[in-house]
Ligand binder design. Sequence first.
Ligand code: AMP
Ligand code: MG
Length: 401
Amino acid sequence: MRTPQEAVSIILDRTRPSESFEFCSLLDAAGRVLARAVHSDLDLPPFQKSAMDGFAVHSADFSEGKARLRVLGESRAGVPFTDAIPPGHCVAIYTGGQVPGDCDAVVMVEKSRQEGDFVELEDSPGGGQHICERGEDLAEGQEVLCAGTRLQPAMVSLLASVGCVPVPVVARPRMAILTTGDELIDPSEFPGPGQIREGNTLHLAALARAAGADVVRSGVVRDDLEGLVATFRSALDECDILVTTGGVSMGKYDLVGEALEAVGVEKVFHKVAIKPGKPVWFGMAGEKLVFGLPGNPVSCWVGHEVFVNPAIAKMSGLPEAQWIEPLRIGRWIGGPTRENNREQHLPACAVQAADGVDELELVRWKSSADLVGLSRAQVLAVVPPDQVLRKGDRVHYRRIV
Ligand code: AMP
Ligand code: MG
């Protein structure tokens, strides 16, 4: 059976970065991926700007740490002072105000004493003191951000300051999420005999959106080949990634793989050496990716984190270094884990110790169906095949909150 790492590289080999882009408003840009490089349309700051409230002066007017100057007027943010300022003169200036061209320094208001039209200043200002020079952050024409950047909030303000409106972003991968099972009912209903409320589509949608996908469809399908075939066919028309949950094990009613092949999805693999989540099914419909994840909530969660997330990242136009989130390293403080020949992903809680290292231990959980346990976890600890974690061991993990 292939390892999770082999499976992920097979998936990534077959994933094509999206070539379609669109424009979005600055308000909606956070979290989106830039479709092309952005260059500045001006120098930043665009003019010589005061960093302080005080007085714009000629530093040559100072001797022995002081000067007495006539105040000609003021320069405030948005309203520059435009007349010439002869030697022995200055203007009051406020933070963000333009420093008049013939002044070379700003003295803080704290170092001043005003008397009528004059001000006494105690300072030895060097040239450029408290002045942000034009273009010191960015020159006109300079590249501000490169294609493939996932926009952080500060970057959105930066794009605003260089006039990048609207913002060219990569189209989000369109994802359809379908869950299968005759036992599944809507969360608003009360279960009859043998029924359960379905929840997988909800955590899958939340995870997919957080990863940058657009959820275009979500719903429940019965364990019936004809129904599955019809629903899969129409879902594939609408999405770039189809994720199903349930119906990929070996039972008589596990019909997902058969139905997917019946609509022309080419099977690439079925089963990976991972626990939970072994029955994961992966195939392609043209360039569309199809993931059949198991139905147990924790298996389905792990399947998304390990297999679907990297594909969303690559399709979204992110650079290769960001396709797979690197695992973090912590310290195991729980009891010994059970040995298994598959890579295990265990829901665990993590608390930072005094030495700064996250200490992990298993949450109380029963099985891969245990959503209560999963909800108590902050991380999934990743245990390599045939390894037992003992108290004090180094452990790899991935944050899930
Ligand atoms: P399956 O993979 O179809 O054999 O399902 C495994 C277990 O997961 C069964 O107990 C299902 O009832 C449960 N299950 C399947 N789909 C969902 C879902 N959408 N929400 C919650 N539990 C589910
Ligand atoms: Mg089922």
